[in-house]
Design a protein around this ligand. Structure first.
Ligand code: CO
Length: 133
């Protein structure tokens, strides 16, 4: 079901500062940056091999990411796996009793179809599934 680790998401307080820091620290390029309005975040993505690091910063209060930042501070937020068939993967997880945050795909960063699985079902780590293109 899981084809590869697509990206790791890290929550940051100040996206401009974090981007500059990651660029200087690791020499990462190029950068893809966008606002994901329905999740209330701005993300900056650095490709690393066949995966990527996604820096995530809340753009308003009350969202899941804003609450995460208030409660836990900056840090590791989620892992995203690419799947061959997202609808099938969600059905499989649902049938297996997993707690799904999204029961069906929604549009995430980069226009990808994604869905989140509750960390209670994935050993404490918020998990994002992304439909392979
Ligand atoms: Co993500």
């Amino acid at each position: 079901m899981l084809r590869k680790i697509d990206h790791l998401g890290i929550v940051v307080r100040d996206l401009d500062a974090a981007v500059d820091h990651w660029k200087a620290l690791f020499g990462l390029e190029p950068l893809h940056r966008e606002v994901v309005e329905d999740q209330g975040v701005e993300v900056a993505k650095f490709p690393i091999g066949e995966s990527a690091i996604e820096l995530i910063c809340p753009i308003r209060e009350g969202t899941g990411v804003a609450k995460f930042l208030d409660k836990r501070g900056e840090g590791f937020h989620h892992v995203c796996y690419e799947v061959r068939d997202l609808v099938e993967a969600l059905q499989h997880l649902d049938a297996g009793g997993a707690r799904l945050i999204d029961s069906k795909p929604r549009t995430g960063a980069g226009g990808d179809q994604v869905a989140f699985v509750h960390p209670k079902s994935t050993s404490g780590v918020l998990t994002e599934l992304k439909q392979a293109r």
